[in-house]
Design a protein around this ligand. Structure first.
Ligand code: MRU
Length: 363
């Protein structure tokens, strides 16, 4: 582990964009440990595919695009291991590690997308596969940041000057290669002076809003006000929000969106109060095979996450606990879906997958 003093990733100079959660350094995958933010800013340095899969499972790295990128580097580590053990048969030897990376979290389709894209780049013929696969993982990483900047510009164009926005979970630099999806739109809009106020919901039970979004925005000098998740509808009722802007973990063919639990409730409240609702996500989050939201697998996490708060048990002993960590927002509640290829207004009346070509899925 390394502390912030010798923080590993290069920090870009760009205004309001200094946070990076993933780096490849000296042949290792370096991850900012998001479980410990904001109290501790520490990096983990990983050199096995097993450690990469465990980091995804245990939320060291989280956010759909970020876990896709981490998995791509995980495939590089898996190829190194397989080639060291089986010079000829590394393509077979790597399969179990790819499967365990893919299974690390079920809802974010970016994970399977990244592994398929890496698989399509397995080099033919003899020789060490690592250089070619590392180049592909870096391309996935760089393209994600470029896509976020593009989405930022596209999404910000929808906002009027003085916009008051609410975001949920963390769809920022920490959840992506950098810049963020929902927070990319907010960064872009803030940089051109359109944002009057950013609100972040705390996002029980992992508190991605309170711990991560608040930390990331404040670090980049974007003022943010934190509120309890249950305060959001009241704020909308009082006329305090113009736009809800969120990311996505998987977008079905009909435009239904799986995102952090609580997103659906925000969409319902937004529609009831005339607040507009934007989803920003890269093309790698579209899943044409899921015909609608019912086909999206929803991750359930352990009851302990609800039972306790900051390590202290709060729930009554013996109570049953239900802990789905994503929900599905129907397309008809979404006003704008922003991708790096453009925006779709009213995605329930359009086909979001029209943006998708075969070349985008496996380059
Ligand atoms: O459980 P998490 O923290 O991985 O959930 C993250 C989200 O729900 C994000 O909103 C989503 O992945 C989009 S991140 C750009």
């Amino acid at each position: 582990m390394t502390s912030e003093a010798n923080a590993v990733p290069d920090q870009p100079e760009t205004h309001h964009d200094t946070v990076r959660a993933i780096a490849w350094q000296d042949g290792r995958l370096v991850l900012l440990d998001q479980r410990r933010l904001p109290a501790v800013c520490e990096h983990m340095s990983l050199d096995t595919p097993e450690a990469a899969a465990e980091a995804i499972r245990s939320m060291v790295v989280r956010g759909a695009p970020a876990i896709g990128i981490a998995a791509a580097y995980g495939v590089v580590l898996a190829a190194r291991k397989a080639y060291a053990n089986e010079r000829e048969g590394w393509r077979q030897a790597i399969a179990a590690d790819c499967e365990s990376l893919r299974a690390a979290r079920p809802t974010a389709v970016n994970l399977a997308w990244a592994i398929e894209r890496m698989r399509a780049r397995f080099p033919e013929g003899p020789g060490d596969p690592e250089p070619a696969l590392l180049a592909e993982a870096k391309a996935i990483h760089d393209q994600d940041i470029a896509a976020n900047r593009r989405m930022g510009a596209i999404g910000a164009a929808f906002l009027k000057s003085g916009a008051r926005v609410l975001t949920h979970c963390n769809a920022g630099s920490l959840a992506t290669g950098g810049y963020g999806t929902a927070l990319g739109v907010i960064r872009s809009a803030y940089a051109c002076g359109k944002i009057a106020q950013v609100h972040a919901g705390e996002t029980r039970p992992w508190l991605q809003g309170a711990r991560l979004t608040a930390w990331e925005l404040l670090r980049d000098r974007i003022p943010v006000t934190l509120l309890a998740d249950s305060a959001a509808a009241y704020l909308m009722q009082r006329g305090g929000i113009d736009w809800v802007i969120v990311g996505a973990d998987r977008i079905a063919a009909n435009g239904d969106v799986a995102n952090k639990i609580g997103t659906y409730g925000l969409a319902v409240a937004a529609r009831a109060h005339g607040v507009r609702f934007m989803v920003a996500a890269p093309i790698s989050t579209l899943d044409p095979e899921a015909l609608n939201g019912r086909a999206i697998p929803i991750e359930n996490r352990p009851p302990e996450e609800i039972m306790a708060f900051d390590g202290q048990r709060v729930a009554a002993p013996g109570v049953e606990i239900w802990n789905p960590v994503f929900d599905v927002t129907p397309a008809e509640l979404i006003d704008v879906l922003v991708t790096e290829k453009g925006a779709i207004e009213h995605p329930n009346t359009a086909n979001p997958n029209a943006l998708l070509t075969r070349d985008d899925r496996v380059v």
